[in-house]
Design a protein around this ligand. Structure first.
Ligand code: AMP
Length: 200
């Protein structure tokens, strides 16, 4: 099963991706995590990405597309994956479609998180406070100013990705403001057909 989790930062995609990984045994491919790892390792990609990430801006399409192309080649992703935070632009969506089509593959479903964007700023402040309380490092881009910039990027660059997939009838929308368990249940409903198709 190949899935995309689509929604603004702070919508809960990461949490749900972890749950889906456990439920279906397919890896979560988070471009944000991969980029943070590249920054931590000081690779060339990391050097290109760091300032943009710290400012809440998008990393160039070619950089992110390259990372995803490499990642989906790895053994654990051959049987399926959950993309979290990618694609974030229509150019990325087109590149993904092409790289999968070249292997005779396609995305099975796009789970679109509908959220009240006004409440996300509160949610992210809470996420930062909880992380800090656990003694873990807080993401630099989880401060309210940078977070607002990330939301702006979502509204500008990523807003067109939903319509791109809706036009292809691939989208299942869920209420991202519901409780975590309710969101998980809504996602499972959206995947029933895909799971049934795989059993058939
Ligand atoms: P995330 O963890 O998904 O919120 O991503 C953190 C940051 O990484 C974003 O604010 C961007 O700077 C960068 N990033 C992650 N995924 C992408 C992507 N698909 N396209 C461009 N930039 C990305």
């Amino acid at each position: 099963m190949r899935l995309i989790l689509l929604g603004p930062p702070g919508a809960g995609k990461g949490t749900q991706a972890h749950r889906l990984t456990e439920a279906y045994g397919i890896p979560q491919l988070s471009t944000g995590d991969m980029l943070r790892e590249a920054v931590a390792q000081g690779t060339e990609v990391g050097r290109k990405a760091q300032a943009l990430m710290d400012a809440g801006q998008l990393v160039p399409d070619d950089v992110v597309i390259g990372i995803v192309a490499d990642r989906i080649e790895q053994a654990d992703a051959r049987g399926g994956f959950i993309l979290d935070g990618f694609p974030r632009t229509v150019a990325q969506a087109e590149a993904l479609e092409k790289m999968l089509a070249d292997k005779g593959l396609r995305i099975d479903r796009v789970i679109e998180f509908k959220v009240d964007e006004g409440r996300l700023v509160e949610r992210i402040a809470r996420r930062a406070a909880e992380t800090e309380a656990k003694g873990l490092p807080v993401r630099k881009d989880d401060n309210p100013d940078v977070f607002r910039r990330r939301l702006d990027e979502f509204r500008q660059a990523t807003a067109a990705v939903g319509p791109y997939y809706r036009a292809r009838d691939m989208v299942h929308q869920i209420d991202g403001m519901a409780s975590m368990d309710e969101v998980t249940a809504q996602i499972r409903v959206g995947l029933e057909e895909v799971v049934a198709g795989q059993r058939a």
